[in-house]
Design a protein around this ligand. Structure first.
Ligand code: ZN
Ligand code: ZN
Length: 394
């Protein structure tokens, strides 16, 4: 089959590789019909995530048709499914608590020690996202093996277009969980750093949860315009001082809740950010953390901090003093996708949440390297690239 493989920094190629096979009775094989490039795929593309190996197949946002099932899969051939990016067993201590991204059994047994060493305990496996998260082949391919297919994938009713439901695989539940973790109360003012897909879904979710005002922060006018479409007030951090603007907009109090949807590759020429850049470039540090620092300083006293953004390693200059003195709470983590999928599928089918506005480009799988390049270098216009194997037109 054809699949997009990582070969190094800024080097991804569509290769011909072996077709995936059922190796466990709970597996299913999916013929991929749509798969998206995620902002967190750019962290791989940019070489920020350790434990990648040449030839690793990327992609964790995908859906398709079931073409083969193991003896213990609950799926049936011919069904259309969206697959969560987290690989979770459904039966361990954490899965039983609906905390699927904390699954104890998502990583292969011989692959648990990397995360164990870095994080203290292994986490769930992830598709197409380095060997620290299991080394699973991803879904930017014609076919993909889905472990625990009796737990993860959600069946999509006939006649519903891929583009409406594809984002149930990651960014829609991630934006929703981000808003839920901000513990929004009716009347709240919520500030969202980053108007990428997760930030934009967090904006929509925050309003649905009762926020009176949402203030969206980015430096790309095209993305700020999308946030505005959903009713957000917008701030461009290249044009205004964000802390002062937020104080002005909230009568000097600060937002009730803040959401960091930026993560480890924060942009901008701020002193702390430049130091992080230098450290990351020289391997003295792994994360650039300007957004979360600013969010903590701007948040009102006693407020809530939600951090869906991806961070990989250790940080310094984390304002722990401000965090304690202001009495903030922080909730974060990879998304418990399986927990949110059924309700969000219903919301999409009832047209309560719009997801298709996000897709700016639909390309054939063969054009994936071009898609990565476009997404990396023109994030103002390229909001989301969806790859469709067999689409043609290139
Ligand atoms: Zn993603
Ligand atoms: Zn589990």
């Amino acid at each position: 089959m054809r699949a997009l493989a990582w070969h190094g920094k800024y080097d991804v190629r569509v290769d011909t590789v072996d077709d995936p096979e059922i190796i466990n009775p709970r597996d299913a094989i999916i013929r991929v019909t749509s798969t998206a490039i995620c902002g967190s795929d750019l962290h791989l593309y940019d070489g920020y995530i350790p434990t990648m190996q040449a030839g690793d197949i990327l992609g964790h946002e995908f859906m398709g048709e079931v073409v083969e099932v193991g003896a213990r899969s609950t799926l049936k051939k011919g069904q259309r499914v969206v697959v969560p990016f987290t690989i979770s067993c459904g039966g361990c201590y954490h899965c039983k608590k609906q905390q699927f991204s904390a699954c104890d059994n998502g990583l292969p047994a011989d692959n648990q020690d990397i995360a164990q060493t870095a994080y203290g305990q292994p986490m769930s496996g992830l598709f197409g996202y380095s060997h620290m998260t299991g080394g699973y082949a991803g879904g930017q391919a014609e076919y993909v093996r889905v472990p625990f297919s009796d737990v993860g994938p959600i069946v999509i009713p006939d006649g519903v277009d891929d583009d409406k439901v594809l984002f149930l695989s990651d960014i829609l539940p991630t934006g929703w969980q981000a808003a839920e973790y901000a513990e929004i109360e009716p009347g709240d003012t919520v500030a969202v750093w980053g108007c990428g897909p997760v930030g934009l879904f967090a904006v929509q979710s925050a309003f649905l949860m009762g926020a009176e005002r949402v203030i969206a922060i980015d430096h790309r006018d095209g993305r700020l315009a999308l946030a505005k479409r959903f009713g957000a007030e917008v701030l461009n951090f290249e044009k205004v001082d964000i802390y002062n603007a937020l104080m002005q907009l909230t009568g000097g109090i600060g937002p009730d809740a803040v959401i960091d949807a930026v993560g480890l590759e924060a942009h901008g020429m701020f002193v702390d950010n430049i130091v992080d850049h230098v450290k990351a470039a020289t391997f003295l540090g792994t994360d650039r953390t300007h957004a979360i620092r600013q969010a903590i300083l701007a948040c009102r006293k006693g407020g809530r901090v939600s951090m869906p953004a991806v961070y990989g390693g250790f940080v310094d200059k984390f304002p722990l003093g401000a965090f304690m003195e202001k009495g903030l709470t922080l909730k974060t983590g990879q998304t418990h996708v399986q927990h949110y999928m059924p309700a969000l599928l219903a919301a999409v089918l009832e047209d309560k949440i719009d997801t298709t506005f996000l897709i700016s480009h639909r390309l054939d799988l063969e054009q994936a390297p071009e898609g990565y390049d476009m997404f990396k270098n023109n994030q103002d216009e390229v909001t989301k690239v969806v790859l469709k194997p067999g689409l043609g037109g290139f």
